[in-house]
Design a binder for this molecule. Structure first.
Ligand code: NAD
Ligand code: TYD
Length: 342
């Protein structure tokens, strides 16, 4: 199988590529990524020689480029590429509309033209909006996105489903809860907390800290996406979640405990505008229909994540300072995109 993974230099995409190369060594993977501030080829540098992996730098909204890649006999597209940070979407929505909506549309249009046999759109539980104290999101829950980020993801979902219903395109959608694990850019809560604490800096907690997120270890999500790709039904949506609900303050307190840091390093700050109160995923559909279940407990996942950031100080320091872009220019770009591992 030849797969086009978009956004594969980001957090989930790079973990997914590692997962796929390990579990399907006979697959070919092309990774199309624009390398925004969140995309980092260092996430993929330990892909050994002989692996069937190739990198292309570019924008999913560039129709000519996408057409050229899809003409190389692609069987499936998995679209991770997106602007992904809610706080940035509040400051600058336009780039979210362009990448997440227009970019997805270009991929869908080209995949339709080239009769690609599988298109997996990677979406988020945030499209459902905010829950009260009880209940969980099912695939039937109405979409009520509240941030420019979640609204752009909901729009992309709607266009993807319309392409299935109108043109019979083999589209599938995954909606996953908050991921955590290695290679996550340290602007999101967990890597921000871990890296700040490693330098004895405070962790900003928005509002009262009682907002609830449902946490899943990134490799459990990778396995679920692999199952959706192979066993999912066209036109279906699959919610993916591990059932690990936690308030932000309780999550950060667990990290403080694992790292042996004092609670005086917690700093309550002004709340995020339109801050969704609670997310919780009901994953029964993917568990029953595809036989998926999460493998990693929150406690184990947090320990593995803290351990990874502790062992990869160079990675997050370069990412934080923007130095990894220089690393890219030096190691890849200047040498003529030396990114094919074959
Ligand atoms: P990320 O920000 O770490 O990575 C996004 C990647 O997409 C980066 O490598 C970036 O360079 C690339 N990209 C951005 N715009 C592009 C464009 N126009 N063309 C090509 N590449 C582009 O994001 P992530 O956390 O890995 O999220 C991946 C996907 O999963 C996103 O679609 C996101 O909405 C979804 N998702 C994320 C989470 C989460 O907790 N992180 C949860 C649910 C769903
Ligand atoms: P984040 O990691 O940005 O993911 P999302 O907004 O997509 O869920 O935030 C997770 C939760 O943590 C969310 O409720 C906002 C909160 N948060 C903080 O309290 N402080 C922070 O510095 C950040 C980045 C997030």
């Amino acid at each position: 199988m030849k797969i086009l993974v978009t956004g594969g230099a980001g957090f989930i995409g790079s973990n997914f590529i590692h997962y796929m190369l390990e579990h399907h060594p006979d697959y070919d993977i092309i990774n199309l990524d624009k390398l925004t501030y969140a995309g980092n080829l260092e996430n993929l540098r330990d892909i050994g020689p002989g692996k069937r992996y190739r990198f292309e730098r570019g924008d999913i909204a560039d129709a000519d480029l996408v057409r050229g890649i899809m003409d190389q006999g692609i069987d499936a597209v998995i679209n991770f590429a997106a602007e992904s940070h809610v706080d940035r979407s509040i400051l600058e929505p336009a780039s979210f509309i362009k990448a997440n909506i227009l970019g997805t549309h270009v991929l869908l249009d080209t995949a339709r033209e080239r009769r690609i046999s599988r298109f997996v759109q990677i979406s988020t539980d945030e499209v459902y909006g905010s829950l009260g104290a009880t209940g969980r999101f099912t695939e039937e829950t109405c979409l009520r996105p509240n941030s420019p980020y979640s609204a752009s993801k909901a729009s992309a979902d709607m266009i993807a489903l319309a392409y299935h219903r109108t043109f019979g395109m083999p589209v599938l959608i995954t909606r996953t809860s908050n991921n955590y694990g290695p290679y996550q850019f340290p602007e999101k809560l967990l890597p921000l907390a871990i890296t700040n604490l490693m330098e004895d800096r405070s962790v900003p907690i928005y509002g009262d800290g009682l907002n609830v997120r449902d946490w899943i270890f990134v490799m459990d999500n990778a396995e679920a996406i692999d199952m959706v790709l192979h066993k999912g039904e066209d036109g279906e949506i699959y919610n993916i979640g591990a059932g690990h609900e936690s308030t932000n303050i309780s999550l950060v307190s667990s990290v403080l405990g694992i790292m042996g840091k004092p609670s005086s390093l917690i700093a309550y700050v002004k709340d995020r505008p339109g801050h969704d109160r609670r997310y919780a995923i009901d994953p029964s559909k993917i568990m029953t229909a595809l036989g998926w279940s999460p493998r990693t407990t929150l406690r184990d996942g947090l320990k593995m994540t803290v351990d990874w950031y502790t062992k990869n100080v160079g990675w997050w320091k370069r990412v934080r300072s923007g130095e990894y872009l220089e690393y890219y220019e030096k190691n890849y770009s200047a040498k003529g995109l030396k990114t094919d591992s074959r």
